[in-house]
Design a protein around this ligand. Structure first.
Ligand SMILES: Nc1nc2c(ncn2[C@@H]2O[C@H](COP(=O)(O)OP(=O)(O)OP(=O)(O)O)[C@@H](O)[C@H]2O)c(=O)[nH]1
Length: 343
């Protein structure tokens, strides 16, 4: 009955780090499973060279002439919506140019979840091992900071081009990555030759996948065990640094209780937005939450729009949010309005 949310992956990484190489592998993998992938790609130049390299029959939306994060968020959101409606893919990858700040893309994808059943599954950052080391040693400029940001936001880090560094350098780089991102799994690779199952398996995780949220929260506080990536149970690598939890409501909620819930959101949730139906008002509401300020606006959505809320933040407990929201839904659902207890 319920429609399955469409998985979306963001692929980030510096220019030339190996994103297209990885994308090609992922596309082959999905196709071998008879799935229909689609790609949103953008390039800084006018011609999408990467697009030419990727097989033609994959539906592709291109955003040329600027990087995704510099075009407005709405554009990417619209692009994604159009692609989903037109192509009906089973999975979508957004390849960000080397210059894009992935947080903006996370925001655009979650924006789309308000109107479409899409779900951000993870953010994969490909790191060019040799280039990172060079930048780290010189520690300068905007490039360095952007690379840091891309690493910080990742749910999984691919340390690519390890054929171009020594074993000692690989260790040095892993330590740098760990320092910047204590949560993401680090997968060393040459030409991004990783098992897609292994790579994606660790991502379908607790935080980014609303419906599998329960059961995973206890892992949240576990310390990273420090093993080199890839060998040990992927089930334990569900920590994601920047994460989004998407909640589809099945019932209306009480407006005051919901406002209270938003007020009490954990500090690690820095952004939330959604559409809700209140049990005690006639209309539906769009709510926005940023930097501890909440805003509710009456709306009359055109067409079919689900009641949904997305929460973005850093390693918060998606399971806890989910439990609280389900409680809110139940509270109204399980209590007939007419029944008011007397004394
Ligand atoms: N030596 C070496 N070269 C690699 C590796 N992975 C990719 N390359 C090469 O690096 C170049 C860039 O790879 P791409 O996959 O196009 O990188 P990209 O991140 O998509 O690049 P942009 O589109 O510029 O952002 C290509 O020539 C690849 O063949 C690797 O592990 N080792």
């Amino acid at each position: 009955m319920e429609q399955q949310a469409l998985p979306v992956y963001i692929l980030s990484g510096f220019l030339g780090s190996g994103k297209t190489t990885l994308l090609q592998r992922l596309l082959d993998h999905w196709k071998s499973q008879n799935l229909r992938p689609a790609v949103i790609m953008n390039e800084l130049g006018e011609v999408n060279l990467d697009g030419l390299l990727v097989e033609q029959e994959v539906p592709m939306a291109e955003m040329l002439g600027g990087c995704i994060c510099c075009t407005s968020r709405g554009d990417l959101s619209t692009e994604l919506t159009t692609l989903v409606k037109k192509e009906k893919p089973d999975v979508v990858v957004i390849e960000a140019t080397g210059a894009a700040n992935p947080l903006e893309i996370v925001d655009a994808v979650t924006e789309t979840s308000l109107y479409q059943q899409v779900e951000l599954k993870g953010l994969i950052t490909v790191v060019d091992a040799a280039h990172l080391l060079e930048l780290y040693r010189s520690q300068q400029g905007a490039t360095y900071r952007l690379m840091q940001e891309q690493i910080r936001c990742a749910s999984v880090l691919i340390l690519n081009k390890t054929d171009r560094i020594t074993a000692e350098e690989a260790e040095e780089i892993s330590a740098i990555l760990r320092k910047w991102n204590a949560y993401a799994e680090i997968l060393p690779a040459v030409r991004c030759a990783l098992e897609p199952e292994e790579l994606l398996g660790g991502l379908g995780g607790v935080h980014l996948d609303g419906d599998s949220a329960d059961g995973g929260t206890s892992e949240r506080d576990e310390e990273y065990s420090g093993q080199s990536a890839g060998q040990q149970g992927k089930a334990h690598h569900t920590h994601d640094h920047v994460m989004a939890y998407t909640h589809y409501f099945k019932n209306a909620v009480d407006s005051e209780a919901f406002e209270q819930f938003v007020k009490e959101l954990p500090r690690d949730v820095y952004r939330a937005k959604g559409i809700v139906t209140f049990s005690d008002t006639a209309s539906r509401f769009l709510f926005q939450y940023a930097y501890r300020e909440a805003d509710f606006m009456k709306i009359t959505p055109q067409g079919e729009v689900p009641d949904v809320a997305v929460f973005i933040g850093e390693h918060f407990s998606a399971g806890e949010l989910r439990t609280r929201l389900l409680q809110l839904e139940k509270r109204y659902f399980g209590r007939p309005a007419a029944v008011k207890r007397g004394l």
